[in-house]
Design a protein around this ligand. Structure first.
Ligand code: ZN
Length: 364
């Protein structure tokens, strides 16, 4: 006897269109054609799968992690509703995850590209300036359309944050990545390196605590994205406390950047800069915190709808993935018991998660 493919049915309000629909899942895709044999799974508020646009699978505070830990990280993100990850740099080869239909889809940036001894040990490829452009071109070929360059870090002689690279090196590296058809994002905390990378045509800024109104206006004009990682920025005061004895200038700088971080996000939002959700999971932060970052963006001044969109449909569109649950779209969505725009707390209580047309975790 031939097996009849199972059709799932979810009733509810589909966001962001805000339409009450009967949504069917047929062969991994969304359909609105009623099917008599469908199994009703649940009902609620239906949101395109969440996006963590700054996440590290395969990484913990000491560097690369083993396969079991990689799996646990991916499962934790998935169970928080993250069905699409932009991996912002990982020292581990996580390609095996692409063969696992029950784990989130990952868009990789390859290895972090960092200056020698100017980043967290065991994370990135540590390079001198003359090697950056070639290394960036290699990572453009290995990733999924993104390359990550660490733009600034503490410079111990200066005792403060400082750009990691000369201007012309940044320019050449970005040019090499663009020539390979990929986009560049940069880790930047301070004021100097972010200006340097924006002048050189970077496509996205991670953290971006050193942005000012003039730079934000330029980002808005060119559509350069900002992924603030606010829950990571909340670790700045602790970093400052640990560094204060040896590097008082740096400690003061980090505290000031933390203090103004919400103002920067609000100014970016008001300027029209595209802002996306990134939890920065996988270094020192836990996985599964995407909902917390969405709430942090809301508290910084984004509307609830824009904060949710920053971690769902708008981030999907920016990453070139299907963003709306239209007829024929991949069935990647999360169902919540209430309207998450009215109650962002409910992001931590997904009622049902459907990835590639299947309820996950299986039986969940
Ligand atoms: Zn990161």
């Amino acid at each position: 006897m031939a097996t009849v493919p199972q059709v799932l049915h979810v009733a509810g309000v589909v966001l962001p269109e805000e339409e009450h629909r009967d949504l069917y899942v047929v062969d991994g895709t969304v359909s609105y054609q009623p099917t008599a044999t469908a199994t009703t799974v649940t009902q609620g508020w239906i949101v395109p799968g969440l996006v963590d646009a700054h996440c590290h699978v395969g990484l913990d505070k000491n560097g690369a992690v083993d396969l079991d830990t990689q799996e646990r990280q991916a499962v934790t993100d998935r169970d928080a509703g993250t069905l699409l990850v932009r991996d912002a740099g990982s020292p581990a080869d996580t390609r095996w995850i692409d063969d696992r239909p029950d784990l989130p889809r990952i868009i990789r940036a390859g290895r972090h590209l960092a200056r020698t001894r100017r980043y967290i040990p065991n994370y990135g490829l540590e390079l001198e300036p003359d090697a950056l452009a070639a290394a960036a071109a290699v990572q453009a070929g290995r990733g999924d359309g993104w390359v990550k360059i660490v733009g600034d870090w503490i410079e111990r002689d200066r005792g403060d944050l400082a750009p990691c690279w000369p201007d012309d090196v940044v320019r050449d590296a970005i040019e090499a990545v663009h020539a390979a058809g990929a986009r560049v994002t940069t880790h930047v905390f301070g004021e100097e390196a972010v200006r340097q990378f924006l002048d050189a045509g970077v496509d996205c800024v991670e953290h971006g605590t050193g942005l000012d109104d003039g730079l934000l206006a330029g980002m808005a004009e060119r559509g350069v994205a900002l992924v603030p990682t606010l829950i990571n920025i909340d670790s700045f005061p602790g970093i400052a406390d640990a560094a204060a004895g040896k590097f008082p200038l740096y400690a003061e700088h980090m505290r000031a950047l933390h203090a103004s971080s919400r103002d920067v996000v609000r100014a970016a939002y008001e300027a029209g800069v595209p802002i996306f959700t990134g939890s920065d999971a996988g270094g020192s932060l836990a996985h599964g915190l995407v909902g917390q970052e969405i709430r942090a963006l809301y508290e910084a001044g984004l509307s609830a709808s824009d904060a949710l969109g920053a971690g769902s449909w708008r981030a999907r569109a920016w990453l070139g993935r299907p963003s709306r649950l239209i007829e024929g779209a991949p069935a990647d969505f999360v169902v919540y018991p209430a309207d998450p725009r009215e109650d962002l707390e409910c992001l931590s209580r997904p009622r049902c998660i459907v990835l590639r047309g299947h309820v996950v975790p299986p039986g969940g």
